[in-house]
Design a protein around this ligand. Structure first.
Ligand SMILES: NC(=O)c1ccc[n+]([C@@H]2O[C@H](COP(=O)([O-])OP(=O)(O)OC[C@H]3O[C@@H](n4cnc5c(N)ncnc54)[C@H](OP(=O)(O)O)[C@@H]3O)[C@@H](O)[C@H]2O)c1
Length: 239
């Protein structure tokens, strides 16, 4: 991606700030190269002008980022903190897996059981799970298969390309063999099930867990905090 293009894309992504800017301008976090949070700068940029087919959205806040399933890796993180609550809303018995200092938080989200991944490898225990939702995919697909019930499903949300390919191959082989177990990738689909999720939020069954809110000008610090690995739930940028 060339610099001009990256810059334009960053400008498109960032939304109007608090109305204090001159007409036609807004604050935005911009970057010209990949790298650590140090490459990010807060700048005044031209406000995007929507075309006939476009919609201009005013964003007030954004999050900074790095379902009957029973087993959930990365349960204390941004994705996991929602997934534990969703799984409980479906009535599942949930085992949340994360680092030791995030397990009280994971329990507070509703997890019935917790495992510290630095102490115990859940794929080495005798228990079988109906479903595994994997945010990190650090283990081989054979290890996951070992702890998956006979008609269980493994769903990968995040992980290295190598693991994604392994999950796809395992899923394909199991399908050919007509196995009742399944392996696949869970992909975010924009606007899918929005009204259902709004209902869950309105009823209080699922709530966002916000670790900390940063102003737009401190986006770099927010990203650094994510990098430290101590975040519980989501980090939010207030615009
Ligand atoms: N498929 C999709 O549509 C979709 C959508 C959104 C996000 N994602 C992907 O999902 C992944 C996670 O995002 P996130 O925002 O939840 O990240 P996050 O907030 O960093 O959470 C990840 C959590 O997993 C923990 N973890 C690390 N290694 C583990 C292990 N071996 N076993 C269990 N837990 C472990 C981390 O703990 P530590 O602090 O100890 O590392 C952290 O608490 C990313 O790769 C992201 O790209 C995919």
């Amino acid at each position: 991606m060339d610099t001009q293009h990256e810059r334009t894309a960053a400008q498109r992504l960032h939304q109007p700030a608090d109305g204090e800017k001159a007409e036609g301008e807004m604050k935005a976090i911009v970057y010209d190269a990949y790298g650590s949070p140090d490459v990010l700068r807060l700048e005044d940029v031209p406000r995007p002008k929507p075309g006939d087919e476009d919609v201009l959205i005013r964003v007030r806040a954004a999050s900074v980022n790095s379902w009957d399933w029973d087993n959930l890796t990365g349960a204390g993180g941004g994705v996991g903190s929602f997934a534990v609550q969703l799984a409980k809303a479906y009535g599942a018995e949930v085992t949340g897996i994360d680092r030791g200092d995030k397990l009280d938080f994971t329990r507070s989200l509703g997890a019935d059981h917790v495992i510290d991944y630095t102490v115990r490898d859940f794929t080495e225990v005798s228990r079988r799970y109906d479903a595994i939702l994997d945010v990190t995919a650090h283990r081989s697909m054979f290890a996951y298969r070992r702890v998956l019930g006979l008609s269980g499903g493994y769903h990968m949300i995040g992980g290295e390309t190598r693991r994604i390919l392994e999950a796809l191959v395992m899923g394909g082989v199991l399908k050919i063999c007509r196995s009742s177990r399944s392996f696949g990738i869970l992909m975010h689909r924009p606007n899918c099930g929005v009204s259902y999720f709004v209902g869950l939020f309105e009823s209080g069954k699922v709530l966002p867990s916000i670790d900390r809110i940063y102003p737009l000008s401190e986006t770099r610090e927010a990203l650094r905090r994510i990098g430290e690995g101590s975040v519980l739930g989501k980090v939010v940028i207030s615009v």
